[in-house]
Design a protein around this ligand. Structure first.
Ligand code: HEM
Length: 230
């Protein structure tokens, strides 16, 4: 009688199959989607007036997070692992796709794929490039002209006062939105939640989510550029 494979061996064997890579991509994507939504809701406190102590809600929120080391570093560890798993599974799935069709189509007229799905392999790297710039801009400050630790509201307003920086954020958010639209829809499929009967509703849900994230995030540089938030 053969001994049962260990859970680690079974997990690795599952990951070796394309469906395993898709599941990892979908689950890591789910973590990132939850972060993008939570981060946007937190940042929208930019619009709230200061409290009775004169402190702005966004600064109080950032300070509370910075002072909760287990939460902050726990979230950073989960996010870093999710980003790495998402990239690794994307690269390995791309490799499998190329191996399945080593010679590209002479003439490729897509019928079933959407613009968003065809752009996944370059919208992903652009979002990653944005993320690296964004961390240097608002978290560590090296790419910020006037960075002040823990003055998050002032950093955001000063950062977005530079018109070409705001323009870059707006373009990156449009790119993130196309990535999210196809990503959320694929996630439903990879996790086995899609069914022909609900396809239109799931696609509409993915689109609504992508538009909501784009609108909320784009509103912030626009509010600073137009002087709505000072
Ligand atoms: C207009 C849109 C956005 C604004 C105004 C914004 C603002 C900020 C600010 C102010 C910080 C620093 C917070 C602090 O130090 O307490 C930050 C950190 C961060 N942002 Fe954004 N963000 C935006 C969009 C995004 C997007 C789309 C992503 C992901 C794709 C993202 C990912 C992150 C990450 C990973 C951090 C580091 C969190 C940490 O570990 O401290 N942000 N953001």
């Amino acid at each position: 009688m053969t001994s049962p494979a260990s859970p680690i061996a079974r997990t690795l064997r599952f990951y070796e199959a394309p469906i395993g890579k898709k599941a990892v991509m979908a689950l890591s994507g789910l973590v990132l989607v939850a972060f993008v939504l939570g981060h946007m809701l937190g940042n929208l406190q930019l619009y709230l007036p200061p409290g009775p102590d004169g402190k702005h809600a966004l600064d109080a929120y950032a300070e509370a997070l910075q002072h909760n080391a287990p939460l902050l570093w726990g979230a950073r560890a989960v996010l870093t692992l999710s980003v790495l798993a998402h990239i690794l599974s994307a690269l390995q799935l791309a490799q499998l796709k190329i191996a399945a069709r080593p010679i590209p189509y002479v003439r490729h007229t897509p019928i079933a794929s959407t613009y968003a799905s065809r752009t996944m392999y370059w919208s992903g790297p652009i979002v990653l490039a944005f993320l690296i710039y964004h961390l240097l801009h608002f978290t560590t400050g090296q790419a910020h002209p006037n960075f002040q630790p823990l003055q998050v509201r002032a950093n955001v307003i000063n950062g977005f006062s530079v018109w070409y920086v705001s323009l870059f954020y707006i373009a990156a958010m449009a790119m993130l939105s196309t990535h999210l639209y196809h990503g959320v829809w694929s996630m439903f499929q990879s996790l086995g939640l899609a069914h022909p009967a609900y396809t239109p509703k799931l696609k509409l849900g993915a689109k609504a989510f992508a538009v909501l994230i784009a609108a909320g995030n784009i509103s912030m540089p626009l509010a600073v550029l137009t002087g709505l938030v000072k």
